[in-house]
Design a protein around this ligand. Sequence first.
Ligand code: NAP
Ligand code: GCO
Length: 262
Amino acid sequence: MFRLDGKVALITGASYGIGFAIAKGFAEAGAKVVFNDIKQELVDKGLEAYKEAGIDAKGYVCDVTDEVAVNAMVAKIEAEVGVIDILVNNAGIIKRIPMHEMTASEFRQVIDVDLNAPFIVSKAVIPSMLKKGAGKIINICSMMSELGRETVSAYAAAKGGLKMLTRNICSEYGEFNIQCNGIGPGYIATPQTAPLRETQPDGSKHPFDSFICAKTPAGRWLNPEELVGPAVFLASEASNAVNGHILYVDGGILAYIGKQPK
Ligand code: NAP
Ligand code: GCO
């Protein structure tokens, strides 16, 4: 029941990072992997990486915030590969700026990619899922779907909204055998969090690096590959009775007050 054989899976923003890891896991579970990225060179880089992993993925250039481009991409995928059975809304950005210094335009850019785009892409794939009588939508949420912190106001607002969009898609389409769930990763070592892990000029750990290790029971950053099992579960028939759920894959951060300083 954890296999994805015969399924077409679209993972957005999956040339590298979390999206790539999830897509690779889906391929290993039998799915036909389709991904997009915003630039041709990123799609090409992604195709190379998938090929090196022995995966015959299909890549499309598309800015997921552009509804016309998304609709055209989905139509192209349906014509060239097949109806999308599994959608992972993974593409995302973050801007770490104190709120009183953030411009409205910067705020809107984050909301556009992290919240509006999952709406746009989900809306594009749901009609065919309705016709097929089945579908899986997985939204990549965040610790910031539950918690705030300094400098990430736009991102937290977007990821909090994405949690509720997940629950609303569940509510609106559950009767048509479409399950929509979220994955809330903890702190994952990817390019997006690289600035938070940079070694300091004196060779010491970044203060945020030490902070997150103290907030994570396992005392470490998580790896993208640790999201694959939960993602395959939510993409497979094993989760047909799971809907509107945000599965936090955070190593226990949300359960933990944090390691007391020595
Ligand atoms: P990442 O390394 O920055 O990768 C994000 C991917 O999305 C990149 O390929 C990026 O392409 C693409 N993208 C950005 N804007 C796009 C757009 N408008 N259209 C199409 N593609 C676009 O991020 P990540 O760490 O893998 O994170 C992936 C997802 O997990 C994001 O939604 C993030 O918020 C979420 N998340 C990450 C963590 C973490 O600790 N890393 C934890 C919780 C949740 P470009 O390279 O061109 O920007
Ligand atoms: C940050 C980090 C986080 C992670 C992730 C945590 O600046 O706090 O980038 O937002 O990306 O979302 O779940």
